[in-house]
Design a protein around this ligand. Structure first.
Ligand code: SF4
Ligand code: SF4
Length: 302
């Protein structure tokens, strides 16, 4: 199924130190509501079956977002919304917002949580938001962003104590987190296949990757084009037929890095997006890999 991360606005009401959605100097951008509706209709016509309203903080524009959620429901598109729970300071406020989202047709709420988010938003808000979802039968989960250090233990314990549904997610060293110190990772040698959800920015630029990939400024490797100029069908087809993207999805970042000459013991020291950045944000290496994609790289599998 085609899916997309929909950036209605890059504006947020807080400024987390680890935010991948923004560089330190970035200016905020926002779509016009009528253009957003038109884009959603076009995406649905191009068989996009899932839209995730994502960072900045979508619920700053709660009424606009509810209009867009209604439209998704009308068009039969699964809708997810990613929020920092700023609106859930009390159970009453949480209930009111969750009910409004439910009535607008929201399919799932994803609540962001981390030791960086929670410097700005009380963690009780996340509990209030999650409990409102449970109470009103709205699907939810908590996205627990972590750098896997002991500093995060108490944050994880807190979620367990409240018996909430959560999934750990590695911090991505891009955007503001690009300045963070990298800590050694301890993991197995793994394929690092990446599903690559496309990201639509507020100025309708479409990227093949919704995370660090929109910051690959030296090569713009994941940039697909502008939705207003090329149309959703053409841009999705570009994303789905690009050989390197297909290899990222199916063979994985580690296999491509191994082919490109990275040592196995070096590969296990990088997180997925960092390794991706090393290869695809380097003009020379990208050129080599593009040549290889048409030849040996595709046969580099077990
Ligand atoms: S991580 Fe989320 S809540 Fe924090 S600044 Fe970025 S968009 Fe806002
Ligand atoms: S591994 Fe590459 S394609 Fe996947 S999310 Fe990270 S930057 Fe994007």
């Amino acid at each position: 199924m085609r899916k997309i991360a929909f950036g209605y606005s890059t504006r947020c009401n807080v400024k987390c130190e680890h935010c991948v959605a923004a560089a330190a100097d970035s200016k905020t951008q926002k779509m016009e509501i009528e253009q957003a509706k038109e884009s959603i209709r076009e995406l649905a016509a191009a068989k996009v079956g899932g839209i995730s309203f994502t960072a900045g903080e979508p619920l700053i524009y709660r009424d606009d977002i509810c209009i867009l959620l209604h439209l998704c429901r009308e068009l039969g598109v699964y809708s997810r919304l990613v929020s920092n729970s700023f609106w859930a300071s009390t159970s009453e406020k949480a209930n009111s917002c969750v009910l409004q989202l439910k009535n607008a047709g929201l399919s799932q709420l994803r609540l962001s949580y981390s030791r960086w988010h929670q410097k700005n938003i009380a963690r009780q808000n996340v509990v209030n938001a999650a409990k409102s979802c449970i109470k009103h039968g709205v699907s939810y989960f908590i996205s627990f962003v972590t750098d896997f250090t002991k500093d995060d233990d108490e944050y994880e314990e807190y979620l367990r104590k409240h018996k909430l549904l959560f999934f750990p997610e590695p911090v991505i060293f891009s955007g503001r987190a690009g300045a963070f110190t990298r800590l050694p990772i301890h993991t197995d040698y793994q394929a690092n296949c990446c599903p690559m959800n496309p990201y639509l920015s507020p100025n309708f630029d479409l990227y093949a990757c919704c995370d660090a990939g929109s910051h690959f400024s030296r090569t713009n490797f994941f940039y697909l084009g502008n939705l207003k100029e090329k149309g959703a069908e053409e841009l999705f087809r570009t994303s789905e037929t690009n050989i390197l993207y297909t290899l990222i999805r199916n063979s994985g970042i580690s296999t491509i890095a191994s082919y490109a000459g990275f040592r196995a013991r070096d590969i296990v020291t990088y997180r997925k997006c960092e390794l991706c950045e090393k290869m695809f944000n380097s003009p020379q290496m990208l050129e080599t890999l593009q040549d290889a994609a048409a030849a040996g790289l595709q046969t580099w599998h077990r």
